[in-house]
Design a protein around this ligand. Sequence first.
Ligand code: OSB
Ligand code: MG
Length: 367
Amino acid sequence: MIERFRLHLVEIPLVRPFRTSFGSQDVRDVLLVEAVDDSGVCGWGECVTMAWPGYSSEYTAAAVDVLRDHLIPALTPSFDADPLAIRDQLEVLRGHPMAKAALSTALLDVWLRLREESLADYLGASRTEVECGVSVGIPSGIEELLDEVAQYVDAGYRRIKLKIQPGWDLEPVAAVRERWPRVPLQVDANQAYTRDHARHLARLDEYGLLLIEQPLPEDDLWGHRLIADAMNTPVCLDESILSVASAESAIEFGCTEIINIKPGRVGGYVTAREIHDLCRERAIPVWCGGMLETGIGRAANLALAALPSFTLPGDTSASDRYFRVDITEPFVLEHGCLAVPTGPGIGVDPIAEEMDRQRQATWEIAV
Ligand code: OSB
Ligand code: MG
């Protein structure tokens, strides 16, 4: 029986600022949900919200509020239900997929630990390690960009993703392509363009990109179809994919040729697996996105990224790409891959001393 929850807010410095079209971060404010079972087993879920609503409408302070005042009370007293039933109960409350994902992952982690089953086995993973890419923020200039990409290429990352925005697109892509003619390369706009940019974006075609991620606002599915028709580079949706239904619409309307699956954005791992299964049926390749997670969120993402249709390297980078000190044992890149955790549940635990060192606040919720 679950007897209490703890929400932990920790703040971890990033190794370098991460700038995108929607803003810049130099620390990661991380909200972790801990579900405490009366048997002594604890489960963990990382809430991938950021401090401000730049990527989506969710943000961390609102996640604390909705978890404490709405989501946890909505489940009381049936926290021990199976993962599908938990999702059904949370669906009655609208929106807040990241908060829902954190809560349902903490409960799933307890549920699996009690069964001594790994998340990878539960989801149906087909590999023991996953190929990793890296997402490169918008730096101060081309020289800085080339220096940063060189570090990642030398470290063995299997693909490079450049963040772009109007005014920072053709030139950085050309510079990276010129220096590394064969490195698998893709770009992510985080909704920074408009439909009127279609012809401009088509100029990226000559650089042999794997894909362009989310050029237009989240709700503009048809606009993405217009962009896809205007360019040869495959369009890949991130922010627009919020559910199995939105994934199916995007595929059927020809708005996306590849999908970035982020468990936080779709409300958790059960839905993430269903989107994977849909994409498998429709022959749409998928890859696992990231939100600058600590080792807690990364461990669970690696389990998901080990499923068969995750055929492109994801944004599941090693701990040292983000933090000098992670809050779990660090994930270390080996020949461009990270190992999928094999222990029960998500397979990792936070290091208590690191949590204490970085702690900003804790909320305790007895049920
Ligand atoms: O759009 O994929 C994105 C980070 C924060 C918010 C949105 C995104 C990202 C990344 C980094 O691109 C992914 C990672 O390395 O975790
Ligand atoms: Mg993205």
